[in-house]
Ligand binder design. Structure first.
Ligand code: ACO
Length: 362
């Protein structure tokens, strides 16, 4: 038995490969750098879902179908009552998603990809006491998310920034939430059930719940000059530095670089606070130096959550919504894995080793 199933191969997949030693991510044969440079969310959805359903859909058709589904799903927002609005956004979003009928077909997949894109912006507005904004079926998923969030047409740099984020995090091997999705899919409970299980796994702070705390750390450090002393004290108290370390990557997470690149046009065009970026770079440098000194045997590098925090902040998402935005991007990966499991896999049913007491002999 290996604690945390580390190094155990539990599925064969044609979807993505995480090479932790080389710091490389391949999605369906394309390296992340190339994918981010050339794709929008709809392109990566077409790539990941290709061949997993009876219907073949290209990016243009997926874009159109998502638009129709967003408009249709907006009616579910009415179900957001006071109890639901008191929940953290990702939990409120999960509650609304649970209303979507279960199924294993492409129509269900489209609804599940469109739903978080509609629900998250609407919930964030309702939580602030504002009216939710109706989806616009003619827009791309990224442009419509930003419009429904802010009420304003996004700039091309902002739309490109969100597309880069959604593409970057669309799939990532057999991480905890994807494994959860495959376990549920292996029972043939349906895609909605798979996605709900995956969101539940994602919201934990050791998985997708870290980017909010990254910004809390930036606020607490305040000035680049304070970085080393603040981080050093946090480590003295046994705290983990949010946005650093990864189970698989032993070098820098390639997604951190992709997101840092995506952020650049936004702050170069004056749409993000340059001082904040400088602070983030100072904290990153100090954290990497300190982690090397304190944990010389464990390579700890910047992970995806670090620049996610800065990018989503610059795009206007509040920090308590970051995990929900992650879910918007990762749903397509969860669905692709769930379908792959349904088509090729068996019921997932591992063994446990009993280490408890034995019954007393009579
Ligand atoms: N800061 C300080 N120390 C750390 C950090 C960190 N961010 N990450 C790991 N360590 C230390 C641990 O304390 C441990 O030290 P020890 O052996 O002296 O006790 C050692 O490194 C190994 O840690 P593990 O928990 O065994 O490593 P694991 O592979 O299980 O953890 C994880 C990976 C959960 C991401 C971890 O690095 C962490 O907690 N990071 C901070 C949270 C974070 O950024 N999460 C987002 C991950 S990216 C994603 O899921 C999308």
């Amino acid at each position: 038995m290996k604690s945390g199933l580390e190094d155990i191969v539990a599925a064969e997949t044609k979807l993505s490969d995480v090479d932790g030693t080389a710091g490389r991510l391949i999605i369906r044969g394309v390296s992340l750098d190339d994918l981010v440079a050339t794709s929008r969310f709809e392109d990566v959805a077409a790539l990941l879902l290709d061949g997993l359903f009876e219907e073949h859909s290209d990016a243009a058709s997926i874009r159109a179908q998502l638009g129709v589904a967003r408009v249709e799903l907006f009616t579910h927002v009415k179900a957001a009552d006071a109890v639901l609005l008191a929940l953290p956004p990702v939990e409120a979003m999960r509650a609304l998603l649970a209303r979507i009928e279960d199924g294993e077909n492409f129509a269900t997949a489209i609804r599940l990809m469109a739903a978080p894109a509609v629900f998250l912006p609407a919930l964030l507005r309702l939580q602030k006491g504002e009216k939710p904004i109706k989806p616009d079926a003619s827009l791309s998923q990224s442009a419509d998310i930003l419009r429904m969030l802010t009420g304003k047409a996004p700039t091309p740099q902002q739309t490109a920034g969100l597309d880069a984020y959604l593409v970057t995090i669309s799939d990532h091997g057999l991480n905890a939430s994807t494994f959860a999705s495959r376990v549920i899919a292996s029972t043939h409970a349906g895609l909605t059930s798979s996605v709900l299980a995956a969101i539940s796994a994602l919201k934990g702070p050791l998985h997708g719940g870290a980017p909010g705390p990254v910004l809390d750390m930036l606020d607490a450090v305040g000035e680049p000059a304070n970085a080393r002393a603040w981080l050093s004290q946090a480590l003295d108290h046994g705290e983990r530095l949010m946005g650093f370390g990864h189970r698989i990557y032993r070098v820098r997470d390639p997604r951190a670089d992709a997101l840092k690149m995506a952020l650049r046009p936004i702050f170069e065009s004056g749409q993000a606070d340059a001082g904040r970026i400088a602070l983030a770079e100072a904290i990153e440098a100090a954290a990497l130096a300190l982690l090397k000194e304190r944990k010389p045997d464990r390579p700890l590098e910047t992970n995806v959550e670090y620049y996610t925090a800065l990018l989503l902040d610059a795009l206007g998402f509040p920090r308590n919504a970051f995990t929900g935005v992650f879910a918007i991007g990762r749903t397509v990966g969860w669905i692709a894995h769930a379908r792959e499991q349904m088509l090729d896999g068996r019921l997932i049913r591992p063994q446990s080793r009993y280490v408890g007491p034995l019954p007393k002999a009579a």
